[in-house]
Design a protein. Structure first.
Lengths: 555, 290
């Protein structure tokens, strides 16, 4: 900040300021983004997801005074990947990743290079998504990239003109999203993820325009500034090099080695036994650490400054008991014959108990109202006492973030893209610890098709979706994630939803009761089912989920 | 008595074949007709409801038992016959024949085999061969039939021992509650502790209870049983057993008859001792592989 950056080039410090500016601008607009959710269900948190993803991106760069844009971009890419939440958040992380990859090795970007990087960022995001959908954040990223390229070709091109063009194109593209997606058109909103990206570009633009005048950074909220200050005092993630390796030797003194290495850096984790020790440390002097360690034993699997792996190792070290480390079996660890662990994303105390009761090793809090980050899921995967893990996101908006976990762990992770809690339960019920992964994945995926989900909640605003008009406060039912019915009370809406499912083909309705459902509500609901569908058995469990008074599983 | 008639048929093989009889326990769910035809002795295990002890299949009928089970505040417990119970039966038989094939519930499921061995030690002049079926219910009855139709004691024991590794049970429980209370669960621990009522499909083979699948609905679970049975290959004998679910057993039998034409399929009801561990509405496919 001392050398107010000119807008001739974007270097590390300016990029850092731009990201901080984007964060504060997105924070200011968070509610607006949330309001744009298509479905009038109370999980409209695209804005929160984008914000948390961006916060995580910025988290790692707050303490960095790197002069090179490549370093700042790499930190942002890593941070956003770890903190990615929701589909838009994951795509945002891929945009950062593409950007970082393109600017690798560069200390500053000319306007032309900046435009190239923005275009490449959008391309990378497209590549990362299996089925790219137009009219989403992807379209907005691409249009911004294109506009940046055009602006950079103009004779008077500057960083400002490039960013301004990108920002304007982002807005235009966002405004057009309803013409590309019928679902947006019907609901009368623009795409929330696209709008989020637009806001980020606007924040970027404000920053470069203000920095040109050497004006101070638009202040982030007081609370956030205080948090940043605390981070500076605790440079937990701020040590220069994440250094990790294995030491193989004989008769090594773990305690002594731990003390020595801990004195050379921060976040030191030195674990193992006299024959094999695993070291993870953040240090400014990796060569000194390695020199010391090579005097103790033979080094292997040495990694220095491997930022993409940094979080994983920390989490793994926290999660795994020491005895796992050198391959010896932990006595306390449960031993499942097939060596496969289960991790599920679940919200609600009752549902958590149900999943655990069915054999799930680790539960990630989240789902309908709060999408967990990639990092939350990674941590749970690492905590499962098995090297092979099946991951169940149990929510359509969590699937993409869960997908990222596969790249971040050395464990073999299989993702079963469950979209609802009943699907997750069906999959877990079908799990058999005697069978290998292939057989289990087939059985579990097969089970998804045998269960139908009805989620019951109240509309949070007037809306139209799937041809269903709803008023704020109406009881609405989503069948397999799609808004299908609305009405005045739980019983009649669920009866309509069940009728649509050909109830004669099913046997059992399991009702997971949420926090908002009273005893009377439950009675009305179960009596309606009993009266209208005498052939269906009804089982009631306390789910404890927020916002959805009832989730029904029909099988 | 009928075993004696078999010995006359085999007189060409042995100049003086010894008379032998077949003994089993109540968990064999031996059809009454077989018991009468072959003169098989059945030693009852015990079911204890609170202060009351009943001899399995003697003091209360199976239907009475299941009725009582469903209404019970506290689940019953079960116990093996005592060595004295066996000594009494063997002592009586010692006067009628020279040898006994005593076919019992698997030694890792019950202490019955051990009681039979101990009981035999106290009886003079009788050659008692205890066969650990490593199984239960109709698989034991199938062994009893094979033994009773054997020409002599040695052949009977041999034929039983050949078949023990080929015995199998596919059991569908309607609820986890009873097997959980019964404690025969070390291998199927993963199925337990759930608040959801899961219907487990178990396999009993080589004396072990193994979990196969768990499902939430009965229709799907029953379909799974038929598929699983077909994976077992050619069968020598087959039975459909149930605990107070005769309609489901009939349906299952009809389905199997269609899927396995020419196969003779027995049906029956499990007794109180097994019922205590499976709970009502359990369904079983009991088979001897070829």
């Amino acid at each position: 900040m001392k050398n107010a950056p000119t807008a001739e080039q974007v270097d590390g410090p300016l990029f850092k300021l731009a990201l901080l500016g984007s964060l504060s601008w997105l924070t200011a607009n968070q509610e607006e983004v949330n309001r744009l959710n298509v479905f009038p269900v109370p999980d409209g948190d695209t804005g929160t997801n984008m914000l948390l993803t961006l916060q995580s991106a910025v988290e790692d760069i707050r303490d960095s005074d790197a002069a090179e844009i490549s370093k700042i971009a790499a930190l942002a890419a890593h941070g956003s990947l770890m903190g990615a939440r929701g589909n838009s958040g994951v795509i945002l992380s891929q945009i950062f990743r593409g950007f970082a990859k393109h600017v690798q090795g560069k200390s500053a970007l000319t306007p032309e290079e900046l435009a190239d990087a923005l275009e490449e960022a959008a391309n990378a995001a497209y590549r990362a998504v299996i089925k790219p959908t137009e009219g989403t954040i992807l379209t907005v990223a691409r249009e911004a990239g294109r506009a940046a390229k055009n602006a950079a070709r103009q004779p008077d091109a500057s960083v400002n003109t490039v960013i301004r063009a990108a920002s304007r194109a982002a807005k235009t593209a966002t405004d057009k999203t309803p013409t590309q997606l019928a679902i947006l058109r019907e609901a009368g909103v623009v795409d929330a993820g696209g709008f989020g990206l637009q806001v980020i570009f606007e924040g970027f633009l404000k920053t470069v325009e203000e920095s040109e005048d050497a004006a101070p950074l638009p202040p982030v909220t007081a609370g956030r500034a205080a948090a940043a200050q605390r981070n500076l005092e605790l440079p937990e993630e701020g040590w220069g090099y994440c250094t990790e390796f294995l030491i193989e030797g004989g008769g090594m003194n773990v305690g002594e080695i731990r003390d020595t290495i801990a004195g050379m850096g921060n976040s030191a984790l030195v674990v193992g036994d006299e024959d094999l020790i695993r070291v993870h440390v953040h240090t400014n002097e990796p060569t000194a650490v390695l020199a010391y360690a090579s005097g103790v034993g033979n080094l292997s699997r040495t990694k220095v400054d491997d930022m993409s792996k940094q979080h994983r190792v920390i989490l793994q070290d926290e999660a795994e008991p020491e005895s796992h480390r050198n391959g010896s079996q932990s006595k306390a660890a449960p031993t499942r014959p097939n060596g496969i662990g289960l991790v599920a994303v679940v919200a609600g105390g009752g549902l958590t108990e149900i999943f655990k009761g069915l054999g799930v090793d680790a539960v990630v809090e989240g789902g309908q109202t709060m999408n967990p980050s990639t990092q939350d899921m990674l941590k749970a995967v690492e905590s499962a006492p098995y090297s092979e893990v099946i991951l169940l996101p149990n929510n359509a908006n969590v699937v993409l973030a869960a997908q990222q976990v596969l790249e971040l762990t050395q464990k073999t992770v299989h993702l079963i893209p469950t979209h609802t809690v009943p699907q997750g339960i069906a999959a877990v019920v079908a799990f058999n610890p005697q069978k290998d992964a292939t057989a289990n994945l087939e059985a579990m995926k097969g089970a998804l098709g045998q269960v139908q989900t009805i989620e019951v909640t109240h509309a949070v605003r007037d809306s139209r979706a799937n041809g269903v008009a709803v008023k704020k406060g109406d009881v609405i039912a989503l069948t397999n994630d799609k808004l299908k019915h609305s009405g005045g009370d739980y019983g009649s809406v669920v009866t309509l939803a069940l009728k649509d499912l050909k109830p004669e083909e099913y046997e059992l309705v399991t009702v997971y009761r949420g926090k908002g459902a009273g005893d009377k509500d439950l009675k009305v609901l179960t009596e309606a089912i009993g009266r209208d569908f005498p052939g269906l058995e009804v089982e009631v469990h306390d789910g404890g989920q927020q916002h959805y008074p009832f989730i029904l599983s029909v099988e | 008595m009928t075993a004696a008639s078999s010995t006359t048929r085999s007189s060409s093989a042995s100049s003086n074949p010894a008379l032998f009889k077949v003994v089993t326990d109540s968990t064999a769910d031996l059809p009454r007709a077989w018991q009468e035809r072959y003169g098989i002795e059945v030693v009852p295990l015990k079911v204890i409801f609170g202060q009351e002890t009943f001899r399995d299949g003697v003091d209360l009928t199976n239907d009475q038992f299941f009725e009582r089970l469903e209404g019970a505040q506290q689940l019953p417990t079960t116990s093996a016959p005592s060595p004295g119970d066996f000594a009494e039966v063997y002592g009586r038989l010692a006067k009628e024949c020279d040898g006994v094939v005593s076919i019992h519930i698997g030694s890792n499921l019950s202490a019955t085999c051990e009681a039979a061995r101990l009981g035999a030690e106290s009886v003079e002049g009788l050659d008692v061969r205890v066969v650990d079926s490593q199984s239960t219910t109709m698989t034991m009855a199938f062994l009893c039939r094979v033994a009773a139709e054997s020409p002599d004691l040695e052949t009977a024991v041999l034929r039983c021992e050949e078949r023990v590794p080929k015995l199998g049970i596919l059991a569908l429980l309607d609820t986890m509650r009873y097997i959980q209370m019964g404690g025969r669960i070390s291998k199927i621990q993963y199925l337990l502790g759930s608040m959801l009522d899961v219907k487990p499909l178990l396999k009993v083979e080589h004396g072990e209870i193994k979990p196969l699948d768990r499902t939430r609905t009965r229709a799907r679970a029953i379909a799974g049983m038929v598929n699983r049975l077909q994976e077992e290959g050619p069968l020598e004998s087959l039975a459909v057993m149930h605990g107070s679910a005769p309609e489901d057993a009939d349906k299952l039998r009809a389905e199997l008859a269609g899927a396995m034409p020419g196969m003779e399929i027995e049906t029956g009801q499990i007794g109180a001792v097994l019922g205590t561990h499976t709970g009502p509405r359990a369904l079983g496919l009991i088979y001897v592989k070829k």
